[in-house]
Write a protein that binds this ligand. Structure first.
Ligand SMILES: C[S@@+](CC[C@H](N)C(=O)[O-])C[C@H]1O[C@@H](n2cnc3c(N)ncnc32)[C@H](O)[C@@H]1O
Length: 246
């Protein structure tokens, strides 16, 4: 099995986030949509998809490139009685197979960084109706004097990372207006993501003690977790709620 998938499989989420934040974000956009058709891009195992399915009176198309995650989400949707409300589609966020203005809402938690914040907002815009919503979470610098260790790690991992102001400016320049934004709580990094991930790492460290490549993936993941433990006030995930205005 691919070591990256072995590190990441069977954990509730694949990035920072929690159901409270999904609900809070949805409540902030609810008045702009009714019975929305929602596209959840990079849905992963779909914790946010299931939460959305429980609160929206609309329908959700959940898209991801990874079929294993889509299978997990299909099972979760079935168990929760949401099979009719949630459709699944294997799709590449860089080349989405949807119609122009097919969706009222685009939702994407912890995934727009894969295409890049600016490129994602630009390319996905055509799939949203006029006055529709784009709701994304994005890694964001919260203070500008982050310690060198954190800066170096994230400058290499995600050089495009911006501040709240710079990200909002990018969105405005692309024809969106900011409805609201909020920083995800620290607990959203730990409970369903870093804590189960760290438990997995300690098991895999033993299993792969003689495999150099696997140990490198494990130690890089541990480094990311330790950085957040030490420097969480300097960066975070921010929920951005935008409306397509032109
Ligand atoms: C960090 S995870 C976030 C998953 C989920 N939204 C969550 O918060 O738990 C990023 C997701 O994007 C998916 N992904 C990676 N590259 C992709 C691509 N080119 N197109 C669509 N999905 C992609 C991954 O399979 C993964 O499920």
């Amino acid at each position: 099995m691919n070591i990256f998938f072995e590190v990441h499989r069977d954990i509730p989420r694949e990035g920072p986030g929690n159901n409270e934040s999904t609900r809070k974000a949805y409540q902030l956009i609810e008045k702009y949509v009714s019975q929305p058709v929602i596209l959840d891009i990079g849905c992963g195992p779909g914790m946010q998809t299931i939460e959305l399915a429980g609160i929206t009176d609309g329908k959700i198309m959940a898209a991801d490139l990874n079929e294993d995650f889509l299978k997990v989400l299909a099972e979760r949707a079935e168990q929760q009685g949401f099979s009719k409300k949630v459709d699944l589609q294997k799709a590449d966020m860089r080349n989405l197979p949807f119609e122009k203005e097919q969706f009222d809402v685009i939702w994407s938690e912890g995934a727009i960084y894969i295409i890049g914040f600016e490129k994602g907002l630009k390319e996905w815009k055509r799939f949203v109706k006029q006055d529709g919503i784009v709701a994304v979470t994005e890694f964001t610098w919260l203070k500008d004097n982050a310690p060198k260790e954190a800066r170096d790690f994230w400058d290499e991992a995600y050089p495009e990372a911006g501040t709240i102001d710079s990200n909002v400016q990018v969105a405005k320049s692309l024809g969106y207006r900011l409805i609201d934004s909020f920083v995800l709580p620290e607990s959203a990094w730990w409970k369903d993501y870093y804590t189960p991930l760290e438990e997995r790492l300690s098991l895999l460290r033993k299993k792969y003690k003689d495999h150099e490549d696997a140990l490198k993936v494990i130690s890089d993941t541990q480094q990311e977790i330790d950085l957040y433990r030490n420097y969480h006030e300097y960066y975070g995930y921010v929920f951005y709620l935008f409306q397509k205005v032109d």
